[in-house]
Design a protein around this ligand. Structure first.
Ligand SMILES: Nc1ncnc2c1ncn2[C@@H]1O[C@H](COP(=O)(O)OP(=O)(O)O)[C@@H](O)[C@H]1O
Ligand SMILES: [Mg+2]
Length: 264
């Protein structure tokens, strides 16, 4: 599904601000993988996503997505294959547009630009899709998205992303800005959609317990490198304490104990 080979990213090369954010990253993501990604602040998780999505060009290495070399492909082209969700719930939807207008935009993207009008048949389809969120949004098709709560908005973003028919999801701490209850709801919806739509996913989370509980594979990043890549079997026996211990053994230092890392 995705082959990342020898990928590196250096910001401001050759200047006093030169910063190597990623160094020799090798990662093969198989179709159907649900990979959780942990690592302290600044370890390169978001940069990795920015390179996969094409937001930034790589400094070195190659990216093959779905059998095609996309190393130099523009972001908008990769966006047909890759859906991305950010931490900020306001980022994935247009606040001043109604729920139905937001959804038709996502749906058109999934139809690869075909002209589709917003008729009652589409509205019924959207209402049915929205029912899956169990948030009553199916009764609010004409409400502006700006009226929704953060949790509702992130759930809508998730739904819109899947109806735009990507093959792969990049989730960058997409529940971190929500209260624990909504974070749980959005996380459960995420797993349901990944399963129902047979998606491949990479999910960054600061919550180590979530990283252990969800998905079939776990990556830990540190200082621009992938320092751990655990498969399903190794992941099954994992605890937060064991994960922190593994970090300590590899790096010969304590895990950066930012309190959010261990928070529920
Ligand atoms: N656009 C950018 N310009 C310069 N430096 C950046 C940029 N984006 C990220 N970095 C740097 O790259 C490193 C990795 O950042 P990031 O990928 O955001 O880490 P994480 O998501 O794991 O917290 C950090 O040192 C960060 O300051
Ligand atoms: Mg980040």
């Amino acid at each position: 599904m995705l082959k990342i080979e020898q990928v590196s990213k250096v910001f401001y090369p050759g200047t006093v601000n030169e910063k190597t954010a990623l160094e020799d990253i090798n990662l093969h993501v198989n179709e159907g993988d649900i990979i959780t990604v942990v690592g302290s602040n600044g370890s390169g998780k978001s940069t990795l996503f920015n390179l996969i999505s094409g937001t930034y060009p790589v400094t070195g290495g190659t990216l093959v997505l779905d059998g095609k070399d996309v190393t130099n492909a523009p972001e908008y082209k990769r966006a047909f294959t890759i859906g991305r969700i950010f931490q900020d719930p306001t980022k994935g939807t247009a606040a001043k547009m109604s729920i139905e207008d937001n959804m038709i935009t996502a749906y058109r993207k999934g139809m690869r630009g075909l002209t589709i009008s917003l008729n009652n048949e589409m509205r019924d389809f959207f209402a049915d899709e929205l029912k899956q969120l169990s948030m009553g949004l199916e009764l609010r098709l004409k409400d502006n998205v700006g009226l929704l709560s953060g949790g509702q908005r992130q759930a809508l973003t998730l739904l819109m992303t899947v109806i735009s028919k990507p093959k792969m999801l990049l989730l960058d701490e997409h529940t971190a800005a929500l209260d624990p209850r909504n974070a749980q709801i959005v996380m459960e919806l995420t797993m349901k959609f990944i399963k129902d739509y047979k998606l491949t996913a990479l999910m960054v989370t600061h919550n180590m317990q979530h990283a252990i509980d969800f998905g079939n594979r776990l990556l830990m990043m540190d200082e621009g490198k992938i320092i751990l890549d655990l498969d399903r079997e190794h992941k099954r026996e994992l605890t937060v304490a064991k994960l922190v211990q593994m970090f300590k053994e590899i790096k010969q230092k304590e895990y950066d104990n930012d309190e959010t890392l261990l928070a529920p």
